[in-house]
Design a protein around this ligand. Sequence first.
Ligand SMILES: [Zn+2]
Length: 134
Amino acid sequence: MSKPEDYKSKLTDEQYDVLFNKATEAPFSGEYDQTFAEGEYACAACGTVLFDSDKKFDAHCGWPSFYDAIPGKVAFHVDNGFGSTRTEVTCAICGGHLGHVFEGEGLGVPTDQRYCINSLSLTFTPSTSLPKKV
Ligand SMILES: [Zn+2]
């Protein structure tokens, strides 16, 4: 596995702070909060595709929200910070912090899960600039 420092040159200070110091961007500040174009969301550090736009939905929480991740590409960790137990979501490949996943909120999405992800952890590529799927 690469070390966080290996990614420092390709990330902004804000991105590095979220991915490797577990910072959280301010709600409604993120570049992808209101992005609903078709495409892929990759880890901003290592480039692994983590989320597909067809699983993105508007949870009105101020962060990009997905109801599912690409299987095997994200890892889960119990996070006991801030007096509550949450499940942290990281990139399974480089370990970069992405956000948290919440369950059972009754938001009407197929999995009843909400991946609440920092825009700064992601790089979106619209499907118009991806190779056509056959
Ligand atoms: Zn990664």
